[in-house]
Design a protein around this ligand. Sequence first.
Ligand SMILES: [Ca+2]
Ligand SMILES: [Ca+2]
Length: 98
Amino acid sequence: MRHTFFSPLQRGFAATALAALCLAGAELPARAELSAVDREAIEAAFARADTNGDGKLSRDEAQRFPEIAARFDELDKDRDGFLSLIEFSVGATPPVKQ
Ligand SMILES: [Ca+2]
Ligand SMILES: [Ca+2]
């Protein structure tokens, strides 16, 4: 009788859960004060503002958030002319809570 610790289904689930954890950790800096609800609101705001869906905010797209637009250069840490979700989340905490 062979022993398998994980069925393929369980392995798939474990891998998915792990990937989700890694993704969540990579998307936003660890911020103790940022609750899951806040993070969802920020991600939703980011997604709404990202009108061309390229996963980053151009200066034009950032215009819908006056506080972000005013600090665009400061928030654009890697100076690529776009705000990533991470860069956006820095500026969006807490001004862009809705
Ligand atoms: Ca965009
Ligand atoms: Ca950037």
